[in-house]
Ligand binder design. Structure first.
Ligand code: ZN
Length: 133
């Protein structure tokens, strides 16, 4: 079975984008009713996570606090100047695994799937693999 891909265009340096609808569509297009779905971000300065999709302040707090833990400037050695983005991407991780039941991902009432941009704005890729099982 093939890998589904879609692009996201981020509009800020640091951003949290809801990609739940695109992932739901990839699962629907796969035709898989029961199995696993892996959402993978093939980048070194972006990541993916699952978190609250109700109050947008959660996203603001999420990004604000992470910027405090990993400040943009901190005497890093990496010449490209974006070490903070690399660090945050690895901290949050490059993939999420979702359980597919009756053709849909199991998500809690308040859960959404988020693409995390740490060195934008850029055009980014998201890969989705859906497996029957
Ligand atoms: Zn770099």
């Amino acid at each position: 079975m093939s890998v589904f891909q879609f692009t996201v265009r981020t509009s800020a340096h640091t951003q949290m984008l809801d990609i739940t609808a695109q992932v739901r569509k990839a699962i629907a297009d796969s035709g898989v009713q029961n199995g696993l779905c892996v959402v993978y971000v093939p980048h070194t300065t972006a990541a993916v996570t699952v978190n609250e999709n109700a109050d947008p302040d959660v996203q603001t707090d999420f990004m604000k606090e992470l910027n405090k833990i990993v400040p943009w400037e901190d005497g890093y050695y990496h010449a490209e100047g974006n070490s903070a983005a690399h660090l945050k991407a690895s901290m949050m991780g490059f993939s999420e695994t979702l359980i597919v039941d009756a053709g849909k991902p199991i998500l809690g009432t308040w859960q959404g799937i988020y693409f995390l941009e740490y060195d934008g704005p850029r055009t980014r890729k998201v890969c989705v693999k859906v497996m029957e099982g």
